[in-house]
Design a protein around this ligand. Structure first.
Ligand code: NAD
Length: 452
């Protein structure tokens, strides 16, 4: 069924996908608030600069066009051609520079969006905070646990608003999932599975290397910054996600989105107590350092017992695409990129003939009589399943930016603050450390480090 067939009224879809035989799934199209109608308190328009106008930076700028509460007034990038790419993405002119510190010098800039490779996030965030700017920093927030702590401290020391860039946490889909989770309809939850699979070179970070890429157009020294000295390498510059000096592999690219989504739905706001990863470089043997298949099992202690989380990303088979499945004792919730579905479990007491199969006929008859006496009433079948879907064209990045711009004016909490982003990034670092260490790792809250 195509989404555009649906009216904004509910419709009922019988059968397919319902775990309870004969149960119905009621499907509702979500209605997000109109972004155009949003205004920051006092109607102030946030003036922001952006550092890094590559793939994500350009996407942020395309989304920002629809967020009337902010205006881009400048950009910085180390690859000169991308200065033009950023302006094209935004569809308007603004000042550009190769050195982001020039943006920070500007008194007319309220906030900085950071969309650089992961190894720059700490330095730019700290410089921006020291310059009195509020910060939106792309995920994964940190390139290491220590970087994350330095960023948390920097934001607090300068009293800045900080938003990490896992935009799904601002999505109306996740808001609905959080509402269902908080309602208790899932019962006891001890297991979550989530995956993000792809099957294309681009999905495995084999991005194009433009012919004009050279030491003349790229500030390689500026790119290396805190990374070890190494010769100019366009593969490392454009496909940095594959390399440990600059990126964080599948952990930082995709796990962190899943972890952030799970944090926002469940309210878990601590690192996992332990994690174990396995995987390998099986398909993309192109000199990369991070695996193209990664599976990690985490334990998250909660008041109600552990939640076991299994994350899985495969870059050579896209089956399942993006999804989170939460298993509870009275229901199951499944999120895809565009839908969230709750299906109740049928937990009505029943006379379970399987267990009585090894008894005599007399025992079975007696057992059935006792069961009937203990359960004189027939309980109603579990209610319908429920499914909610995003309208076509919904842009969670625009919603996330809108949330950030508004918080700059109100100085109230953003949806994904520095601690939230830091915890999600720790999950990515635990996954990677376990993979490279080839064993279980544990979170040591006392020393704030991952212990192998
Ligand atoms: N939220 C999402 O859905 C999402 C999607 C993709 C990427 N990301 C994140 O966005 C960030 C950027 O990823 P990308 O795919 O755009 O990478 P990219 O390589 O396409 O672009 C990064 C750009 O940053 C520039 N840059 C790096 N350091 C700089 C510095 N100090 N000053 C100025 N410019 C600098 C580079 O020159 C490059 O043009 C990463 O952290 C990535 O994980 C998030």
């Amino acid at each position: 069924m195509k989404a555009q067939w649906m009216s904004r009224r509910d419709f009922v879809r019988l059968g397919a996908g319902a775990a309870v035989a004969g149960a119905a799934v009621k499907s509702t199209l979500l209605e997000p608030p109109e972004l155009a109608a949003q205004a920051t308190a006092g109607g102030r328009k946030i003036r922001f600069g952006i550092v890094g106008t590559g793939i994500r930076g350009c996407d942020l700028l395309r989304s920002a066009r629809n967020v009337s509460t902010g205006v881009c007034v400048g950009s910085a990038d180390l690859y000169s051609t991308r200065l033009q790419a950023g302006k094209e993405a935004y569809g308007a002119d603004f000042d550009t520079t190769g050195d982001y510190r020039r943006l920070l010098d500007r008194k007319d800039v309220d906030a900085i969006l950071i969309a650089t490779s992961d190894h720059h996030h700490r330095r730019i965030t700290l410089d921006a905070c020291a310059a009195g700017k509020d910060v939106y920093c792309e995920k994964p927030m940190s390139h290491s646990v220590a970087d994350g702590y330095a960023m948390v401290e920097g934001v607090a020391a300068h009293k800045r608003i900080f938003q990490a860039g896992s935009q799904r946490v601002s999505s109306v889909l996740y808001e609905k999932a959080r509402e269902i989770y908080a309602s208790g309809r899932l019962g006891d939850v001890h297991e979550i599975d989530a995956q993000w699979n792809r099957n294309s070179p681009g999905g495995a970070w084999v991005y194009p290397i433009p012919p004009d890429a050279s030491p003349e157009t790229i500030d390689w020294k500026g790119f290396l910054v805190d990374a070890p000295e190494q010769p100019f390498d366009t593969k490392k510059f454009f496909r940095w996600r594959c390399f440990r000096d600059f990126g964080s592999g599948l952990g930082g690219d995709l796990f962190v989105h899943l972890l952030s989504g799970i944090q926002v739905i469940t309210g878990i706001h601590t690192p996992a107590s332990r994690a174990y990863s396995t995987g390998g470089i099986y398909h993309f043997k192109d000199g990369r350092e991070f695996p193209d298949l990664l599976k990690t099992v985490y334990d998250f202690p909660t008041e109600n017992g552990n939640i076991h989380l299994h994350l899985h990303c495969n870059q050579a088979n896209s089956d399942g695409d993006e999804g989170i499945k939460i298993y509870g004792s009275t229901g199951t919730m499944v999120l895809t990129g565009k839908t969230v579905t709750f299906t109740p479990q049928d937990v009505r007491p029943k006379f379970e003939s399987y267990g009585w199969g090894g008894m005599t006929a007399a025992q079975r008859t007696k057992g059935l009589e006792e069961f009937k006496a203990a359960h004189p009433e027939t309980l109603p079948a579990p209610g319908d399943g429920e499914s909610f879907m995003l309208p076509q064209g919904y842009d969670d990045t625009a919603a996330h930016l809108g949330n950030f711009f508004n918080a700059i004016v109100t100085r109230e909490h953003v949806v994904e603050d520095e601690l939230f982003g830091h915890n999600a990034a720790i999950g990515c670092h635990m996954a990677n450390q376990s993979f490279f260490h080839d064993g279980v790792v544990r979170w040591d809250a006392e020393t704030k480090t991952i212990k192998a």
